[in-house]
Design a protein around this ligand. Sequence first.
Ligand code: NDP
Length: 257
Amino acid sequence: MRLKEKTALITGGNSGIGLATAKLFVAEGARVVITGRNRQALEAAAKELGPNGLALAADATDIAASEAAIKQGAEKFGKLDIVFANAGIAGGTPLGSATPEVFEQVIGTNLTGVFFTVQSALPYLNDNASIILNGSVISVLGIPGYSAYGAAKAGVRAMARIMASELSPRGIRVNVVAPGAIHTPMWGPATATPEAEKAFEKRIALSTPLGRLGETDHVAKTVLFLASDDSAHVQGQEIFVDGGAVASPSGAPIYRG
Ligand code: NDP
C-alpha cells in the first residue's frame, strides 16, 4: 500500500479522472475527500469509495464553499497529505463566436479555482505534502477553439512552478499531470452515442503515437506516483500522459507510411 495513513483531497472526484484516482487512492490505503457539484454523482461515488471516502458538494469557483469542504474533510480524516486539484470543464471559445461568459467560466473553473483550492487547503496541509494540478496537452498543442481552456491549463503549469518555489520551504511538492485525450464524460456529445464514440476514438488514435485514446487509470496511476513518496524528489514538473502526442507527434499513425 503506497498511501497508508495518508489523507487526500480530490476536487472533481465524482467522475472521470478524479473518481478513478479516488478509487485507486483508497485501494492504496488513503482516506479520500472528494468534491464536485452534482450531488447524485457524489452519492454514487461515495458508495463506491466506502468508509474511507467522504463526498462533499462544493463548487470550485466558490471559494467559501471550497474552504468549508476542505475544513470538514480535514476534521473528519485529519490534515491533508495530498491535494489533487482536478476539477475542470471543457468549454469552447472559438475566435469569432466566443462569449465573455463562457471565457470567464472556463478560466474561473480551470485556473482561478485551482489556485484557490490550493490556497484554501494550505492551513490544512501537512509539511511534505504533495499537490498535483491537472493540466492538459491543450496548453501546448494549439488545438483550435480552445483559447480559454488552453490559457487556463498553460496558467496551471506556470502556477505549479511558482507554487513549488513558494512551498518548498515546507517540503511541499507541486507537480502537474497533463493528460491527452482520455475516455471520460468530459467529451460530451463527441462520445454520446456508440457511433460517435467509435469515430472519436479513431480520430484520437490516428493522431497519437501509441495509437489509442487514454484511459482514466493511465492518469490515476501517474497521479499516484506524484502523490506518493516514490516521487519524493520530483518538484515543479509536468508529466504528460498522452501516448506521445506532445513529445513525438510525428510518430502518430497518421504519419506512418
Ligand atoms: P469529467 O467531466 O468526468 O470530470 C470533471 C470533474 O470536475 C467532475 O467531477 C465535475 O463534477 C468536476 N467539476 C467541474 N466543474 C466543477 C466546479 N465548478 N466545482 C467542482 N467540481 C467541478 O472530466 P475529466 O475527468 O476528463 O476531467 C478532469 C480533469 O482532467 C479536468 O481538469 C480536465 O480539464 C482534465 N483533462 C481531461 C482530459 C480528457 O480528455 N478527459 C484531457 C486533459 C485534461 P461536477 O460536475 O459534479 O461539478
